[in-house]
Design a protein around this ligand. Structure first.
Ligand code: B12
Length: 137
């Protein structure tokens, strides 16, 4: 049976202009056979969640290099819960200290986080395995 294309919203929340990683990931996931929607810069958590629901995505991927990850991930997760959309898997990447990565995973505010240097192949493999295995968000 053919598997459905995975739909991913790549979002760039925050006020900074570090969009290179988001664009690299969006392109890599698209080349990896996924449907990718890229929000562009300067999105609020509210805009991200609204777009994710409207686009009916399986995964939200936040790219955060500004240092605001400890605020933005919990806020997006909270909005997903409030909107009954916590079936959408929340992942992300960017510059984040390892202890923050562990804290966000442990609190359930992010399912997986990929820091600088992670290969895009590894990210694609992780998303495919997690979505197709029906892992909970
Ligand atoms: C390039 C760069 C810039 C470029 C940005 C160009 C652009 N259009 O993106 C420019 C020169 C504009 C810039 C400016 C600034 N920068 Co700068 N910048 C960098 C730098 C050197 C590399 C970032 C990068 O593009 N890497 C290449 C991409 C491909 O890698 P990546 O984004 O990390 O993505 C990988 C992973 O993180 C992950 N990933 C990332 N996003 C996502 C999303 C998803 C869904 C997934 C699954 C994975 C994932 O996968 C990718 C592949 O491995 C970093 C330092 C660093 N080594 O990270 C500093 C850095 C991010 N910058 C920093 C700072 C402070 C600034 C400035 C404020 C400096 C200043 N005083 O002016 C300004 C801000 C300007 C602004 N308006 O935002 C700091 C941020 C500090 C912090 N977090 O607290 C850093 C960490 C440097 C440092 N060590 O201090 N910067």
């Amino acid at each position: 049976m053919e598997e459905c294309k995975i739909r991913v919203l790549v979002a760039k929340p925050g006020l900074d202009g570090h969009d290179r990683g988001a664009k690299v990931i969006a392109r890599a996931l698209r080349d990896g056979g996924m449907e990718v929607i890229y929000t562009g810069l300067h999105q609020t958590p509210e805009q991200v969640v609204e777009a994710a629901i409207q686009e009916d995505v399986d995964v939200i991927g936040l790219s955060i290099l500004s240092g605001a990850h400890m605020t933005i991930f919990p806020r997006v997760k909270q909005l997903l819960l409030e909107n009954g959309a916590d079936n959408i898997m929340l992942i992300g990447g960017g510059t984040m200290p390892e202890e923050d990565v562990q804290a966000l995973i442990l609190s359930g505010d992010a399912k997986a986080l990929f820091t600088p240097g992670t290969s895009t192949e590894d990210i694609i493999t992780w998303i495919r395995q997690s979505v197709y295995s029906g892992e909970s968000a």
